[in-house]
Write a protein that binds this ligand. Structure first.
Ligand SMILES: [Zn+2]
Length: 233
């Protein structure tokens, strides 16, 4: 992400409400809950093994699906939803604003919303722009439709990794902080090994990951802080 985009991202985080622009969750919560997000799937090879792992560990995450891939693998989309994960819209073709007009964006956004709603029975509430790039007219489109633009606060750059050693190194050096939104890609081979490493390292800390919509609910924060108060009582 370029410097100017970083500045824009943090500037908007300060002025916009969380239900419009989400870049991180609540800090300072006991147990340091974080959200793992997996972009660019579903992938016929990597997504199922990731789902197996998350299932076994009882971990919930958010998947930002590309419409084109979702239409090729509808059963995987259904499986992600049935497992209790949250599904978000990541455009239909994974093109950035430089590669499409505003009208094309509207079409991609709407097409992906209806495809995912048809497959899961739920209209996605979150949208993530490919590479985090957006124009003002695209933001308006998303907000007019009542959706939240969700970015991330931690980027392991798994799309540049070329070995599981690299994935391990990142996982070993990452120190989770309450409210982190971590950007993974399940169309790359590293998602499962990164998640496995983090689950192993985090054992005892509490949920390895919660769905993005938890950050929108006051009861989540209250339950977390209430839990801590009960422990100290
Ligand atoms: Zn992407």
């Amino acid at each position: 992400m370029s410097i100017s985009r970083q500045i824009m991202k943090y500037g908007l985080t300060r002025i916009l409400p969380r239900n419009r622009w989400l870049t991180r969750g609540t800090s300072g919560l006991p147990g340091a809950p974080v959200s793992w997000t997996f972009d660019d799937g579903p992938h016929p090879e990597w997504t199922p093994e990731l789902l197996d792992l998350l299932d076994r560990a009882g971990v919930l995450a958010t998947f930002f699906l590309v419409g084109e891939a979702a239409s090729r693998h509808p059963n995987l989309v259904r499986r992600i939803a049935a497992a209790g994960h949250l599904i978000g819209n990541h455009t239909y073709s994974h093109r950035t604003p430089r590669e499409m007009t505003s009208a094309e964006f509207v079409d991609e956004f709407d097409r992906t919303q209806s495809l995912l709603a048809d497959l899961t029975g739920e209209v996605p509430r979150f949208f993530r722009p490919p590479k985090g790039e957006m124009t003002l007219s695209m933001m308006r489109t998303v907000w007019d439709r009542g959706a939240t633009i969700a970015l991330w606060s931690v980027d392991p750059r798994d799309y540049r990794m070329s070995s599981s050693d690299e994935a391990d190194r990142w996982a070993n050096s990452y120190r989770r902080k309450s409210g982190d939104i971590v950007l993974f890609h399940d169309n790359r081979p590293w998602a499962t090994s990164l998640a496995r490493r983090l689950i192993e390292a985090d054992s005892g800390l509490g949920d390895a990951s919660v769905r993005l919509d938890e950050w929108m609910s006051d009861s989540f924060t209250r339950a977390r802080t209430g839990q801590a108060a009960a422990q100290f009582a």
